[in-house]
Design a protein around this ligand. Structure first.
Ligand code: PBG
Length: 326
């Protein structure tokens, strides 16, 4: 039975009808805000490729966190820029490393805010790769121990959740084991499970100072041409004990998000990454797009594709815009 009995426009006539049949909604609790912490005091370094994003020293980070809490954002994810880099990324798992200090400071001042930490070595290694390098190769198994130590040190500092982003095989299991051995059975792992070797991470590497010094990350991150492989990555991470799985980047991989949602009944996150943010910011600054409308449409597209949680640099702005609506 079609037209004229069926008229799709009937339910589009008024704001109240449209609201009544709206299928997807974005809420503040869907948003996780990434923040970058650096040594020093009163440091607030802007980053050209990511307007509105800063490298923040711990004191400044606390001020930013006040805004996050005030806006009603319920979770953040922290990235660190260490004072010194070395071959083994020791700054990543130092008891008094930059992320460890930041976690302690935030949890002391804002105990109710969920603090997740990115677990990776690339910001901390002199070569900029996400694992131990020998003869130009990124070694898998020796890296697992360092990642596990990093995750444990974050949790010991008070992190509520750890999020490994390195893409080594077996890291979820290694992290689960070390956390359980130390009594942290209740701390969840959010796995960057389907993480692609993407050009959209460019601006992030400016902020995090984590660009690889030789080669690229295609021997450990996924080939953008693959989709079945993402399902295998996710299944393996779940077997190893991941609690939340993530697809990254967001926009160019919404198909992967939808496949993951249809196939796995687990909480699903998506990372709306730095390059996606930079594109919107650049076009908006030229007046070519309406930033607010574009951002809200993009974030909604990720919800529609299946995301339960969106990591996004737009979180603070979006929270403000959500308030205007209600
Ligand atoms: C660390 C890491 C990266 C991102 C999150 N964690 C960069 C990379 O893999 O090079 C990218 C986030 C973004 O682009 O916003 N491995």
């Amino acid at each position: 039975m079609g037209y004229p009995v069926q008229r799709m426009r009937r339910l589009r006539q008024s704001p109240s009808l449209r609201a009544m049949v709206r299928e997807h909604h974005l809420t503040k609790s869907d948003l996780m805000y990434p923040m970058f912490v650096i040594y020093g005091t009163k440091v607030r370094n802007p980053v050209a490729s990511m307007p509105g994003v800063f490298q923040l020293s711990v004191d400044e980070l606390l001020q930013e966190t006040a805004k996050v809490v005030e806006k009603g954002i319920q979770s953040v994810i922290l990235f660190g820029i260490p004072e010194h880099k070395d071959e083994l990324g020791t700054g990543a798992y130092h008891e008094n490393g930059i992320v460890q200090q930041a976690v302690r400071a935030i949890k002391k001042n804002y105990p109710e805010l969920l603090v997740a930490t990115d677990v990776c070595l690339c910001e901390y290694t002199s070569h900029g790769h996400c694992g131990v390098v020998e003869k130009g190769q990124v070694l898998n198994d020796p890296t697992l121990e360092l990642l596990a130590k990093t995750a444990l040190s974050h949790v010991e500092a008070g992190a509520d959740m750890v999020a490994p982003s390195d893409m080594m095989d077996g890291r979820i299991g290694a992290i689960r084991r070390i956390l359980d051995t130390h009594g942290y059975h209740q701390v969840p792992i959010m796995s960057y499970a389907a993480k692609y070797a993407s050009a959209f991470y460019g601006p992030f590497r400016d902020v995090a100072e984590s660009a690889p010094q030789f080669g690229d990350r295609s021997s450990y991150q996924m080939d953008p041409a693959n989709s079945n492989e993402a399902m295998r990555e996710i299944a393996l991470d779940l077997e190893e004990g991941a609690d939340i799985i993530m697809v990254k980047p967001g926009l160019p991989y919404l198909d992967i998000l939808r496949r993951a949602k249809d196939r796995f009944d687990v909480p699903l996150a998506v990372y709306n990454v730095s390059g996606e943010y930079a594109m919107v910011k650049a076009a908006a600054s030229k007046g070519w797009i309406d930033e607010k409308k574009v951002v809200m449409e993009l974030l909604l597209s990720m919800k529609r594709a299946g995301a339960d949680l969106i990591l996004t640099y737009h979180a603070l702005d979006a929270a403000g815009w959500l308030e205007e609506r209600s």
